[in-house]
Design a binder for this molecule. Structure first.
Ligand SMILES: [Zn+2]
Length: 563
């Protein structure tokens, strides 16, 4: 139940007409305007899960408490549905209100406005600090639910593909058994085994690249005290996108970004100039509130994994770090055959923190580096992050569509807010500059783009199943097992499986094609005799007899080189 209490000089109200069909008619004498002076008006909305005895008891306790503080003797109990979007049935609400009137009547003079009616009202609230108080009254353990109905609701997770294009990643994802969605977790991915292989593959690939670039890796908590986000400025500038929760009577935010947690790690030990530039990566899971209407497969999610990194450096090191970052970003995109369409430089927004002087330096540095790298860019005025300007990468996929992926953001404000420092050569404490950057953007979205870009034909090193062995007839099963053993011995960790079902080879090939498996090996009597396998490469209908050793050698090379 939600209540809003108003301590008023007076209230006038009058029922107009019924808002709910199933409420009883009120007598004519109650249809006229009612005026109550010097009252505590209690606006109420009875919600699902409320119960007559427990909710009323809590309500009376709350009202007594407030009335005592404001010294009110008259109570106006006023049903007000607008307080909640989780209203109970009208039957329960009616009962709760009648009981509340009775119980409050033992302590106060109570006037109850009719329930289930449109009413007009006019009131004058007193100006003191306690004149407007809202409370939520919660009761536990009484929630009534129909388990079978709930089960029906959560079982409705089937993908409606009627409005999707054939190459939509949601369809590919279903065919390849990569992931699914369920209404119990809007905008959050259920990764299946195959999908998690792709996710982990991308994660490990990035990890290897970052090691080459001298990055460290960290992991920070999922929920952190509100005060951290007040320091960072997210609470003020970004509140409407933050999931919040509470514990131990403290307010917490489910992290929408990784930076503040990372800053605490930076601060946990004193730093010397010798440690800079310090490159710290966090593959962090973040949650951001989005309107449910705009959610769509992996492209727009509420929960996602950012391939985040923060680079702490001196102002002098800034340009060089940015150049390194741009080279790395380009190298990663190239690996997936994604071309850069253009880059956008977003400058200071209206809602921002930090001094104009710092914004000048930051914007100029980004522009200088872009010019130096000779990359075409557009200026996106006023679209920077609230803590600094940024450059965003827009890439082009195989279908000539453009996507915004990575971002590089310069930030003088966050180090200031968190009082970051390092001891410089001259023994003086100085402030580092911070660079925030992502390359994939979000792993979830990147996988969606990759699936559509390749039409599910992921490179062999990333494919969930890399090789499938099919038997021609039951007689060839033994040889098939031998082939798998031999290949696995040479390439441990290879994702290879078998289809020895007693159905035609054609239908087995069809199944494997739907899964977009890079290599299909067919083994029959002829192959067994010759010590070969019949190789069918994805996207190629030609079948070629290849010696097993040769197949292994070529496959190993392809996977190792990630081509
Ligand atoms: Zn950041």
């Amino acid at each position: 139940m939600k209540i809003l209490t108003l301590h008023v000089d007076y209230i006038n109200f009058k029922p107009l007409k019924k808002a709910l069909k199933n409420v009883a008619d009120i007598e004519d004498k109650h249809k006229k305007s009612v005026n109550v002076k010097e009252a505590l008006v209690v606006l109420t909305a009875v919600e699902k899960g409320d119960s007559v005895d427990k909710s009323v008891k809590e309500l009376v306790k709350n009202v007594k408490d407030i009335a005592k503080q404001v010294k009110a003797k008259n109570i106006v109990l006023y049903p007000y549905a607008h307080l909640s979007n989780n209203l109970s049935s009208s039957d329960l609400a009616g009962k709760v209100l009648n009981e509340a009137e009775k119980e409050l009547g033992k302590h106060f003079k109570v006037t109850k406005a009719p329930f289930g009616y449109y009413k007009e009202f006019e009131l004058k609230v007193k100006g003191h600090p306690l004149s407007e108080l809202s409370r939520e009254i919660r009761v536990e353990g009484d929630e009534k639910y129909d388990y079978k109905q709930l089960l029906r609701e959560i079982s409705k997770s089937k993908l409606d593909s009627s409005k999707l294009k054939d190459n939509d990643h949601r369809i590919i994802g279903q065919e390849m058994d990569l992931f699914s969605f369920n209404g119990v977790a809007p905008g959050m991915v259920f990764w299946h085994n195959n999908g998690l292989i792709v996710y982990e593959g991308l994660k490990n690939f990035m990890g290897e690249e970052l090691k080459k670039e001298g990055y460290q890796e960290v992991k920070t908590p999922q929920i952190m005290d509100k005060k951290l986000w007040q320091i960072s400025g997210h609470w003020e500038k970004y509140k409407e996108n933050i999931f919040s929760t509470s514990y131990d009577k403290r307010d917490f935010a489910v992290k929408p970004m990784n930076c503040p947690g990372g800053l605490l790690i930076y601060k946990s030990r004193p730093k010397s100039y010798k440690e800079l530039p310090l490159r710290v990566a966090e593959l962090g899971l973040v949650h951001r509130i989005e309107l449910s209407g705009v959610l769509g497969g992996l492209f727009r999610v509420i929960q996602f994994t950012q391939d985040d990194a923060h680079i702490y450096c001196t102002e002098k090191q800034m340009a060089e770090e940015l150049i390194k970052l741009m080279d790395l970003t380009l190298r990663i995109y190239k690996k997936f055959g994604l071309k850069i369409d253009h880059i956008e430089l977003s400058t200071r927004p209206k809602k921002r923190i930090g001094s104009d002087k710092d914004w000048d330096i930051a914007e100029k540095t980004l522009e200088k580096v872009l010019k130096l790298k000779k990359v075409p860019y557009k200026i996106n005025k006023g679209d920077g992050a609230f803590y600094g300007p940024k450059i965003d990468y827009h890439i082009k996929d195989s279908l000539d569509r453009t996507w915004q992926l990575g971002t590089i953001q310069l930030d003088f404000a966050m180090p200031e807010r968190f009082d970051l420092g390092y001891i410089d050569r001259d023994n003086k404490r100085k402030r580092p500059v911070m660079v925030h950057r992502t390359i994939y953007g979000s792993l979830e979205r990147f996988i969606g783009i990759l699936l559509e870009h390749t039409n599910g034909r992921l490179p062999t090193w990333l494919a969930p199943i890399q090789v499938r062995v099919l038997s021609f007839t039951d007689k060839n099963e033994k040889y098939g097992v031998k082939v798998i053993e031999k290949i696995t011995k040479e390439i441990p960790g290879l994702r290879i499986d078998a289809d020895f079902k007693t159905i035609t080879v054609q239908s087995k090939v069809k199944d494997a094609e739907l899964m977009k498996i890079p290599y299909i090996l067919v083994v029959g009597g002829k192959e067994e005799k010759a010590g070969t396998v019949a190789v069918r490469k994805r996207g190629n209908s030609k079948i070629q007899a290849v010696k097993i050793d040769k197949f292994i050698k070529d496959l190993k090379k392809e996977i190792d080189e990630k081509t």
